[in-house]
Design a protein around this ligand. Structure first.
Ligand SMILES: [Ca+2]
Ligand SMILES: [Ca+2]
Ligand SMILES: [Ca+2]
Length: 646
């Protein structure tokens, strides 16, 4: 529904009555997203309704899917052929680049996370854990033996943030559960600072400065001066969704202040201690403030289907198994934009979806999904085809790999020279040196990440009149098959095949002696890996018979390591980050961290169990800001990641 057109008086009154409070158990389309307890775009109320966006799409129409469904067919095949794979979580992010604009709505980010189920290793354990506590005091289950009740066992969680044409910021959520046959109680909890979970110890590491949370701060007039943590609580009964309650984290004394952008609930609900807790707030006006609904009949579970706690596969959600909510943060007076904080202010960093044992906010916590990193923009990657020049220095193009069209890229150099524009997805340079590229949401926002590209030039290089006519490198099982053609072969002494794991620092792999043929010549060679390395870059160095050297272009070869699916987050970080991955089997995992000079900083070995694992990396705390290389390997494979410490 567009609110931009002028409304007739009667229609406006009708709408006012309709929106007299947050809407529950009614199909709505907040910010053009189907809040209808159905997963399909262009479907509303189980009928075709062209134009609404939703999590998935399998009907034609202008409405778009929000979740990236790549690999869904392979996951389903695996569910059938290898049923043990049904226990493995699935994580997908937004189908569109972050901050894309779709029909006037700005899509900030979205996530689909298939949780553990049945013997859920990500659930609350040994002590009685509650909302309103410091998350660092919570404890999760470290043994996988005990089961959750079906009504407390989350199967899948969905979350999406979008800003509509009226500049209202919506948090849209979805949850499917194993059973909903009476009462289920959910929280969507939004953290301003990073929070992570260690499956081995069952401990959370929540970095918020106020008892593991971030408190909302106000001036004496009641204006918000800092945004903090928020929790939306949803209670379902046999009648459907009862209500959504919104609470924010504040010290108890804050309740003496009268906020300008919302009200405390009356009587005010507060769960916590004097130094901090969750206080319930209500919007100045409930109009268009939230919607919530559960499915009243069977509806399609989506391309990843549904895996029940007992590992059976379902095509559809049965009645009351799926629920959708949408909360208007702007209407609630908790939109960062409303406080004069620039557009770059993200509404929150991490998200957890949890279940409680009863409708009481302080009831015992049961299952959780996450913590999920939101707005997880991939760090910028600057590159150039050839980083080494000899004899003469040409104009060279430096580029951003897979730039996000909604972000701004700015380049600078302390010792090189940029010709023309210094911003954009690519620049032209004509001097050796180091070039930095930063990524940010707008030129006024702080950088989200930085990368560097080095251009080397060897002025003493002697002219080598050999040209590389062609160079290719392709994968053949555990080998790279390399072929190259050159001119003036008689001037060549030998070739060094060099490889790099980051596309920048190369090392020799093998030497190929030149044969004596005069004129054009063809060479081939193979480079074998004992442990599959993920992505590797190759180049050929030609050494002249009378001195001088030249390099080929750089060609990537992807050995497709399973470890490529490793999730490293947060990244950039302040030094503490996590490695999360699924292991096919119980075994060992090692990682090493190197600085940009190639010096090893850390080398650790862990025992990992089949299934989901998370390792906390803390060695870079108090280390210099900048780029580091993380090399992760098991017996057969390895993968490499750049770590950014900010
Ligand atoms: Ca929907
Ligand atoms: Ca869980
Ligand atoms: Ca679960």
């Amino acid at each position: 529904m567009s609110m931009k057109k002028p409304l007739s008086g009667i229609l406006a009154l009708l709408l006012l009555a309709f929106f007299a409070k947050g809407q529950v158990n009614v199909v709505k389309t907040p910010a053009n997203f189907g809040s209808d307890a159905d997963t399909r775009a262009n479907i509303l109320n189980n009928a075709n309704s062209a134009g609404t966006d939703d999590w998935y799409k399998n009907t034609s129409g202008s409405g778009e899917q929000i979740i990236d469904t790549s690999g869904a067919a392979a996951i389903l095949d695996n569910y059938i052929n290898n049923p043990s794979s049904r226990a493995v979580p699935v994580i997908r992010r937004m189908h569109q680049p972050t901050f894309s604009v779709l029909n006037g709505n700005t899509l900030l980010d979205a996530i689909f996370q298939r949780d553990h189920h049945g013997s859920d290793s990500s659930s609350f354990g040994s002590r009685s854990n509650k909302n309103g506590e410091n998350p660092n005091d919570w404890s999760g289950k470290t043994s996988y033996t005990s089961n959750l009740l079906g009504k407390n066992d989350i199967l899948d969680a969905f979350a999406h943030m979008r800003r509509d044409q009226l500049d209202s910021l919506w948090m849209i959520g979805g949850v499917s559960m194993d059973e909903q046959n009476g009462s289920s109680h959910f929280d969507f909890e939004l953290f301003q600072n990073t929070i992570s979970y260690n499956t081995a110890t069952g401990q959370f590491n929540s970095t918020g400065p106020d008892l593991g949370h971030t408190a909302w701060l106000f001036d004496s007039a009641g204006n918000v001066t800092r945004i903090g943590d928020v929790i939306f609580s949803v209670d379902l009964s046999s009648k459907g969704i009862e209500a959504i309650h919104t609470r924010i984290w504040v010290p108890l004394a804050t309740l003496a202040i009268t906020p300008t952008s919302f009200n405390w609930s009356n009587p005010v609900e507060f769960d916590g201690v004097n130094f901090g807790g969750y206080a319930e707030i209500v919007p100045k006006s409930l109009i268009n403030s939230y919607t919530a609904i559960e499915n009243s009949q069977n509806t399609w579970a989506g391309p990843f289907r549904l895996v029940r706690a007992n590992e059976t596969l379902q095509d559809d959600f049965t009645k009351s198994q799926f629920m959708e909510i949408a909360v208007n943060l702007t209407a609630f007076g908790i939109d960062p934009l409303g406080f004069g904080i620039k557009d770059c202010a993200l509404p929150f960093k991490n998200l957890m979806v949890k279940t409680r044992s009863s409708s009481s906010f302080g009831a015992e916590l049961k299952d959780f999904v996450g913590p999920i990193v939101v707005f997880d923009q991939k760090p910028v990657n600057g590159f150039t085809d050839l980083g080494y020049y000899c004899d003469s220095m040409p104009q060279v193009t430096l580029q951003v790999q897979n730039p996000n069209p909604n972000f701004v890229y700015q380049w600078q150099t302390p010792n090189g020279n940029i010709i023309g524009q210094t911003n954009g997805n690519s620049i032209i340079v004509d001097k050796p040196g180091i070039y930095y590229v930063t990524e940010s949401m707008t030129s006024e926002c702080p950088n989200t990440s930085v990368d560097s590209v080095q251009i080397l030039f060897d002025s003493t290089c002697r002219i080598l009149d050999v040209d590389i006519i062609g160079f290719s490198a392709i994968r053949n099982k555990n080998q790279a098959a390399l072929q190259w053609d050159i001119s003036n072969n008689q001037d060549v002494a030998d070739f060094i095949v060099e490889y790099s794991i980051d596309g920048r620092r190369f090392q020799p792999a093998l030497t190929v002696l030149a044969h004596g043929m005069v004129g054009d010549a063809f060479y081939e060679s193979k480079h074998t890996w004992n442990r599959l390395p993920g992505k590797v870059y190759y180049r050929i160095r030609i050494n002249g018979a009378k001195g001088g050297a030249k390099y080929s272009r750089i060609v990537p070869v992807n050995f497709g390591s399973n470890l490529d699916k490793v999730n490293v987050f947060p990244n950039p970080s302040r030094g503490r980050t996590n490695i999360e991955f699924m292991a096919d089997e119980t075994g060992e995992l090692q990682y090493s961290i190197y600085d940009l000079q190639g010096k090893k900083i850390s080398d650790r070995k862990y025992r990992v169990t089949k299934g989901g694992n998370r390792i906390e990396v803390t060695e870079l705390e108090n280390k210099q800001r900048g780029l580091y290389l993380l090399q992760i390997r098991n017996g057969k494979e390895e993968t490499n990641r750049k770590l950014i410490i900010e």
